[in-house]
Every structure is written in C-alpha cells, then in structure tokens.
Design a protein around this ligand. Structure first.
Ligand code: IPD
Ligand code: CA
Ligand code: CA
Length: 266
C-alpha cells in the first residue's frame, strides 16, 4: 500500500472509531445548523480534527481542504476530507454514514479512502493500481441495460428551487425505467457502492468536492465513468455528478438530458 494511502486508512479508521463511540449518546451531541437541512455536530468537528492531526504527524507540510475547517496550507499535496458523510443519518441513528478522505497531488486525485464504521468496511484506491474493499479487488457491475439496473441518488435539499423541478423529473424517469432507485444518504458510500458493483449507477446535483473526490477516483479505478450532468469533466467544479459502469453511465446521461436547464448543463 502506498504510504499516503496507509496514513489515509489510519486516519479514516480512527475517525470511524470516534464516530461509533458517540452513537449511543446521540441525545447529548451538540448540533449546529449550517443552512436549511444542513447540520454539523461536534462529532463531525472532532473527527475532522483527529484526521488532520493524524495526517500532520506524518506529513506536516501538506495542505487540507476539509468540510468543517475549510482550506489550509498551500502545498503540492492536498488532503480532501469529509469527516462524517451522512451527518443527518448519524444524528438519527440511521446506520448509513462514512468517512471520506482523498489525496490530490498537483490538482490530480491520487488516492482515496472511504470507511463505513458501522459495517467496518474499508474501500481504498490509488491511481493506476485499482481499488479494493477489505483487501478484495473491486470492479463496477456489468449490468447492461437500465431496466435491470439499481441506481443510487441524493435529493437536492438545500435552498435551490432551480434544481428541484428538473431533479424530480429525472427521478420520475429513473423510477419508471430502472429496477430501482435508492437514496441511502451518504454520497461517498453511494460512490463506493458503484465502484463495488452494488449500484450500477448514481447521480446527484450540488455535491461538494469532499463528498465525491475519493469515490470518483474509486469508480474510475474500477472501470467506471464519472462526468457532470452534461457528460463532461466539470464535476469537480459543479458538484453535479453522473457515475456508473460505462453502459449504465451512458444510459443515465441520455435519461437526464431532456431535463437539463442551462444552469445544470454547465
Ligand atoms: C451529505 C450526504 C448526502 C448528500 C448531501 C451531502 P454530509 O453530506 O453525502 O447523501 O445528499 O448532498 O451534503 O453533509 O452528511 O457530509
Ligand atoms: Ca458529505
Ligand atoms: Ca460531512
């Protein structure tokens, strides 16, 4: 395992353990509201601090882009961190959440770790060497047609009426044309499941780079495709993402296309 990935795994496992230690005292956790339907708890912040400290012990000069503390440092290597993806689930005791950590070198994603502390499942990848779940090689699914596919998604829940109507139209088509749609509530884990072939495809509007960096690289390393809603490369900037095995990705793009507004095309 690459030394950077090794530190990422250590940091993700430690953060996962910290999160789990709080699951039986949810009522005592302090929660702030960042925006409508957007919450942060002291557990998110503690997990993020712990991850950053773990990385700094080995790489004191590296930079960070972390959900709760923002960007710090200016370096060749940037650690992109979502300390607790699925905070709303966690706060309700709904057991679907994860830690997501990616390493970018000179603007290119190189390593990714997604850790599900409830199932103790560890997903990892490094550019050019593939991806694993608990040490076993992963591949995207070979489902060929939408009618047999299981598709993951996330609802646009922020104050963004412009994307809600087009999204509902997309969801309607997905529900009618696939074997099923799922909204588990942790985008990083959804992407890891696409990489592992448990979901055939995924789309969501308005994610942040820390939700998707590790999972997107994982899908690419497993033979899948990741684009924005228009089929182009801009997903890192827009946070609008379509992913899947190559056939389902293409079919999802076709399904989404008629519902795109000019803003969503970019
Ligand atoms: C959220 C989850 C959710 C997605 C949201 C994200 P958070 O992350 O990934 O599945 O639909 O858009 O913001 O806030 O729990 O880290
Ligand atoms: Ca997140
Ligand atoms: Ca988060």
């Amino acid at each position: 395992m690459h030394p950077l990935l090794n530190i990422g795994v250590r940091a993700a496992r430690r953060a996962g353990d910290l999160i789990i230690r709080h699951i039986n005292q949810l009522d005592a956790i302090k929660v702030d509201t960042k925006g409508r339907n957007d919450f942060v708890s002291e557990v998110d912040r503690m997990a993020e601090d712990d991850i950053i400290q773990t990385v700094r012990r080995s790489y004191p000069d590296h930079a960070f882009l972390a959900e709760e503390s923002g960007a710090s440092g200016d370096a060749e290597f940037v650690w992109i961190i979502d300390p607790l993806d699925g905070t709303t689930n966690f706060l309700h005791g709904f057991p679907v959440f994860a830690v997501s950590i990616a390493v970018m070198q000179r603007g290119r994603l190189e390593h990714g770790v997604i850790y599900d502390p409830m199932r103790q499942e560890l997903f990892t990848c490094s550019r050019g060497t593939g991806a694993t779940v608990d040490g076993r090689k992963m591949r995207v699914s070979d489902t060929r047609v939408l009618a047999s596919s299981l598709i993951g998604t996330g609802f646009p829940y922020k104050e963004d009426p412009e994307s809600l109507d087009p999204y509902m139209a997309m969801l309607r088509d997905v529900i009618c044309q696939t074997a099923g749609a799922r909204r588990p509530g942790a985008a990083a884990l959804d992407l890891a499941y696409v990489a592992a072939g448990r979901l055939d495809g995924f789309w969501e509007i308005g994610l942040n780079i820390w939700d998707i960096a590790a999972g997107a690289l994982m899908i690419q390393e497993c033979g899948g495709i990741v684009t924005d809603l228009g089929g182009r490369d801009g997903w890192q900037q827009s946070g609008n993402i379509v992913a899947g095995n190559p056939r389902i990705h293409e079919a999802l793009l076709k399904l989404i296309e008629p519902h795109l507004t000019p803003g969503l095309r970019r």
